[in-house]
Design a protein around this ligand. Structure first.
Ligand SMILES: NC(=O)c1ccc[n+]([C@@H]2O[C@H](COP(=O)([O-])OP(=O)(O)OC[C@H]3O[C@@H](n4cnc5c(N)ncnc54)[C@H](OP(=O)(O)O)[C@@H]3O)[C@@H](O)[C@H]2O)c1
Length: 242
């Protein structure tokens, strides 16, 4: 397998950090996007372990100016990306049920989870277009399924609705970018133990989930564009099943 040039958003902790670690361990070049590089201690640790193959990039996916600056930053050292992993995600703290919906928090969750991946694709598509078997992979969730009953009643309106919107973004991107030879997929990481699931019952560790997702990325071809997969390296029908 050839060495890949990879950009990961939200790479300073959780699943994104694990993506960075595993891609680096197998020899790939990684651009690790994070909001505050000065606080990304674990990324800097990886940078020392893998000299010359990890670039830490300031990237707030809720800020289009920041995304444009990150594109310019990456373009200074690389004119090609083979893989863009839209991993950054958030949820509205304390939002459990209708009475707790807060418009500003909800708008922010949409900005990060649904609009962010579209804007990152918009700004980086010219680099991805030049990649080898180029792929845009988006971390989504079964809670974005229209027939979802997970977490209801009292569920996370913002998170679930934003992932549902993301799933439509993924479908739109797949149609738009197929003529460019770029595959676009959604992938569910499973219920993974990270800061996002703190206090929950997640037992799946980032290591295992990410290993499965990378194995899935490696076998994607353009024929798979617009489809949804699970971390367990299989096509998932949760998007379309009732
Ligand atoms: N964990 C699960 O069970 C699970 C299940 C289904 C889907 N997912 C999805 O998997 C992805 C990763 O989740 P995780 O569990 O690793 O979550 P996490 O531990 O909470 O990490 C989230 C990451 O996203 C970053 N982020 C948040 N807002 C951002 C912004 N505006 N710009 C750039 N980065 C931002 C965070 O950076 P900061 O440190 O700066 O906040 C952090 O690096 C998310 O898209 C999530 O929805 C997770």
């Amino acid at each position: 397998m050839s060495v890949k040039r990879v950009l990961i958003t939200g790479a300073n902790r959780g699943i994104g950090l694990e993506f960075a670690r595993q891609f680096l361990e197998r020899g790939d070049s990684v651009f690790a996007g994070c909001r505050v590089p000065g606080d990304a201690n674990e990324l800097w640790g990886l940078s020392s372990r893998f000299p010359g193959r990890l670039s830490v990039v300031t990237l707030d996916v809720a800020d289009e100016n920041c995304i444009a600056a990150a594109r310019a930053d990456v373009g200074e050292t690389m004119d090609t990306l083979d893989l863009l992993v839209n991993n950054a995600g958030t949820f509205a703290t304390g939002e459990h049920g209708l009475a707790r919906i807060d418009s500003a928090k909800m708008a922010h969750v949409f900005a990060v989870n649904a609009i962010g991946p579209a804007l990152v694709a918009k700004h980086f598509v010219d680099l991805v277009k030049r990649g080898t078997d180029p792929l845009i992979a988006n971390l989504t969730s079964g809670v974005g399924l229209l027939t979802n009953r997970i977490g209801s009643p009292g569920g996370q309106y913002s998170y679930a609705a934003s992932k549902s919107a993301l799933n439509l973004v993924i479908r739109s991107l797949s149609f738009d970018l197929q003529p460019e030879g770029i595959s676009v997929i959604g992938i569910g990481p499973g219920y993974v133990r990270t800061d996002m699931t703190r206090g929950g019952s997640a037992t799946l560790l980032p290591d295992e989930s990410v290993r499965g997702m990378i194995a899935t990325f490696d076998r994607i071809t353009l024929a798979d564009t617009g489809r949804f997969f699970s971390w367990q390296n299989r096509e998932d029908d949760w998007m379309t099943s009732a």
